[in-house]
Design a protein around this ligand. Structure first.
Ligand code: ASP
Ligand code: MG
Length: 409
């Protein structure tokens, strides 16, 4: 049975950006303590602190050691946890702050993108028994050698969900400035809706396809441990969005989110032999060189030749092109080229599992706008199209309009 007495909450950087905001968060925590909850709070660094620390390091060196980077970045959260504990003391709530190492958040040794392996509940439980609110620094842990590690940008979400998992809670509240999960980016669609519920799988798919509401690993943890994530605003008391198992959702939309991802580029290798082992060679080489490949399309062969197009992060493009150059010689391809100004526009929804014609309808609305689709890929609950970057916003708008706006009405 899940523990319903413990409430795990996470407050993001904007929620604790100023002393006033920290006091407001303390007041909210107090209201939970007054209701009888044992409260465990994970906080991010204040405002843009992490960005500022990264900028500071870049003034010293262009190639900082990743161990020292983690040492540096972890200081941001140490500031916010102590200030929040003080703010609670000010309003008569007993509270204690802990760094990742003090509660033994053990991670692997991959600095700047470490994975949590275990967390000790001993010290937290003791403090909760003493009726203290426990404040934990998000985003950080230690490896087996006691080096400080961090979990990757936005990693405090994962710290919170991992704590909820080891403490056995059913819920984890994630306080953000946006107040929930929306059907589209409000910078593109004028009035997106806030989803009351969304499944873990949709959330993971949206994150993969460009919507950065939650740290992906936090959603994976939540799914594995069946923890409901309540994504909500720290600026008001409105209900946010609950990320939950799809079986328990009340309403399932065909499409619950539309995204545009603009950080990838497309590479095409032309006329490579159409025989077993070629794709394995191309993508094996990319993998060995730690290049993340997203979409892949292979054209049907003619004269035993085929072309392969795929997308990689723009930041990996130069490296990938160098590898293509060596592959060209090796495989006897006629050539290869790349295109940077692309966008991957995607629609995601669990309702796709039980409806027909979704892909056709998406392609239809794009064609009505004369938008050419350069690549297509699908998953169980998502459809993605590579299009020219200049049409990205238009594409999101028309897909949102045809699928989501009628459901909102
Ligand atoms: N402070 C870290 C960051 O800005 C971790 C977090 O906010 O979740 O990425
Ligand atoms: Mg953050």
């Amino acid at each position: 049975m899940p523990n319903l007495n413990i409430m795990v909450q996470k407050y993001g950087g904007t929620s604790v950006a100023t002393p006033e905001r920290i006091k407001a968060v303390a007041a909210r925590i107090k209201s939970y303590v007054m209701k009888g909850f044992s409260v465990v709070v994970v906080v991010s660094a204040m405002g843009k602190t992490t960005d500022e620390l990264i900028a500071l390091a870049s003034k010293i060196t262009a190639t900082p050691s990743s161990r020292e980077m983690d040492m540096l970045l972890s200081t941001g959260e140490q500031v916010s946890i102590s200030l929040l504990a003080m703010a609670l003391h000010e309003i008569g709530i007993d509270a204690i702050s802990y760094t990742g190492s003090q509660i033994r958040v053990l991670t692997d040794g991959n600095f700047t993108r470490a994975k949590i392996e275990s967390i000790s509940t001993e010290r937290i439980s003791r403090s909760l028994k003493e009726n203290k609110a426990v404040i934990v620094a998000g985003f950080q842990g230690i490896d087996t050698e006691e080096n400080i590690t961090t979990l990757g940008r936005g990693g405090s979400d994962t710290s919170a969900v991992a704590l909820a998992a080891v403490l056995g809670t059913r819920d984890c509240e994630i306080y953000t400035d946006v107040g929930g999960v929306y059907t589209a980016d409000p910078r593109i669609v004028a009035q997106p809706s806030k989803l009351k519920e969304i499944s873990y799988d949709e959330m993971l798919e949206l994150a993969r396809l460009g919507a950065a509401v939650l740290h992906s690993r936090s959603v994976e943890f939540a799914k594995k441990h069946n923890i409901r994530l309540h994504v909500r605003s720290s600026f008001n008391s409105e209900e946010g969005s609950i990320v939950m198992p799809k079986e328990e959702m009340m309403e399932k939309y065909v499409i619950s989110g539309v995204t545009a991802k603009r950080d990838e580029a497309k590479i095409t290798i032309r006329d490579i032999p159409d025989r077993p082992g070629i794709a394995a060679r191309v993508f094996g080489l990319m993998g060995e060189n730690r290049i993340y490949v997203n979409m892949i399309v292979q054209s049907t062969g003619k004269d035993n030749k085929a072309s392969i197009s795929f997308t990689v992060l723009k930041s990996d493009l130069d490296k990938a092109m160098r590898l293509c150059d060596s592959l060209k010689q090796e495989l006897g391809a006629t050539g290869f080229d790349s295109k940077q100004n692309i966008a991957i526009v995607s629609a995601v929804g669990v309702g796709m599992l039980s409806s027909y014609g979704v892909a056709g309808k998406i392609f239809q609305v794009l064609s009505e706008q004369n938008i050419n689709i350069e690549m297509i890929s699908t998953s169980e609950i998502g459809i993605s199209c590579v299009i020219d970057d200049i049409y990205a916003e238009l594409a999101v708008k028309v897909i949102h309009k045809i699928f989501i706006e009628p459901e909102q009405a």
